[in-house]
Design a protein. Structure first.
Length: 192
């Protein structure tokens, strides 16, 4: 039997296991895999399971550090929904040619995100959402085939989506209880 599954790619973030737990709380199986999992391995796993998508976890490093963990960019071409959280958000942008650099002001704790386009993962949210941030780098620009969904006072691209592919990024952590409507955001990703 094939079970609905979300794979969580582990980039060393403190909330990686919490992400998997939150997915399971939605009655969807979740499996944590190393960040360098190959597209072939994902295809092999998908033969046994029914993927609902991939989540790229947060992590303690900066995407522009030489030794920072990466994922195989072909993963973005598998046709599976992908959601990058915090470091995962920044890493997607960095790997597709956007701009990530040290934030002018680090964000740690409760922040308010302005939702400019409440679609897909942000569907059904209000114009301002209380979110939990924990980052010292920020996304400043994204390629033309991506669009901004939300921003904060110190983060010009706090959420994005690809215009065609099901690829999303959130600078904040929807998996922590401090993020207002965090579970709704995760459910939007899993079920829509």
């Amino acid at each position: 039997m094939r079970y609905d599954t979300i794979l969580v790619l582990d980039f060393g973030g403190q909330y990686c296991h919490l992400i998997a737990r939150r997915i399971r709380e939605n009655e969807v199986y979740s499996e944590i895999v190393p960040h360098d999992v190959t597209p072939e391995k994902i295809r092999e796993i998908n033969e046994k399971l029914n993927f609902k998508g991939l989540i790229l976890s947060g992590g303690p490093l900066s995407v522009y550090d030489e030794d920072s963990p990466r994922f195989n960019p072909e993963i973005l071409n598998l046709g599976l929904p992908v959601l990058g959280l915090c470091y995962g958000h920044q890493l997607i942008v960095h790997m597709v040619g956007g701009t990530v650099k040290p934030a002018e002001k680090k964000e740690y704790g409760i922040t308010y995100a302005t939702i400019v386009k409440p679609v897909d993962v942000l569907e059904g949210l209000g114009p301002t959402e209380k979110v939990w941030m924990s980052h010292s780098d920020a996304v400043y620009s994204i390629p033309e085939d991506y669009e901004v969904l939300a921003y904060t006072e110190n983060c010009p691209v706090a959420a994005f989506k690809h215009r065609i592919k099901p690829i999303y990024g959130l600078q904040w952590h929807p998996e922590v209880i401090h993020t207002q409507n965090g579970m709704k955001m995760l459910r939007n990703f899993i079920f829509k």
